[in-house]
Ligand binder design. Sequence first.
Ligand code: SAM
Length: 208
Amino acid sequence: MNNIQAYNNWAESYDDVTNKTRDLEATAIRKVLGRKKFRKILELGCGTGKNTEWLLTRDGDITAVDFSGEMLAKAKEKITSEKVNFVKGNIKKKWKTTRPKYDLLTCSLILEHIKDLDFIFKQAYRVLRMGGLFYIGELHPQKQYVGSKARFEKEKKTVVLDCFTHNISDFTGSAIKNRFKCLEIRDWYDEDDKTVPRLITMVFRRLM
Ligand SMILES: C[S@@+](CC[C@H](N)C(=O)[O-])C[C@H]1O[C@@H](n2cnc3c(N)ncnc32)[C@H](O)[C@@H]1O
C-alpha cells in the first residue's frame, strides 16, 4: 500500500482514535504561532482539517493541500468557509503558485513522508513573501530513532507508512541553503514521558 492509499484508508478513523502525536502537534502550532495574524496561508498536508479550523481564526485566506481525496473529504465535511480553498495535490511535484504571495506556510506531520527537504524549501522560497514564516511541526528525530513512525490499525492489522528520518541539521541546512533564517526550534514532550521528545517545531523566516 503506498502512502496515498494508506491515508485514504486512515481517513475514516484519523480523528477518532487515540493519537498523541496528532494532539500534541495541535497544541504546539497554536502555542508557537499564538496570536499572529496572516493574510494568506498555505497549509500543506491539511489532512482532515485539524489545523485548518484553527488557521481560519488567524484571519487569512487559506489554501489547504493534500494528496489524499479521503482526508480532504473529511476536512470539507467540517470546514465550509469560503476562505478555505482545498486543493488535491502532491507536494513532491513543483508547486503551482507562480509568485511569492503567502505570508504563512505550514507543514504539520507531513515532512516525515518527504525525502527531499531541499525541494520543499526551494518551493517554499518561491511561494512565500519576503519576511513570510514557514512553520514545521514534525515527529521528533529522536522519537524516530527509537522506531516511531506514522501508523494506524485497519481490520486488526497495523499499517506503517513510508517515512524518512530527518535530523535537525537537515532542516536547518536546507533552510540556510534556500535563504531562510531559523527563528526558533522547540522540543515537545508527552505529559507522562520527559525522556524522549515526541515532537519538534521549527519556525523559519524567508529572507530576501
Ligand atoms: C499525519 S497526516 C497530518 C494531517 C494534519 N496536518 C494533522 O496534523 O493532523 C499527513 C497528511 O499529509 C498528507 N500527505 C502526505 N504526503 C503528501 C504529499 N506528498 N503531498 C500531499 N499530501 C501529503 C497525507 O495525505 C495526510 O493527510
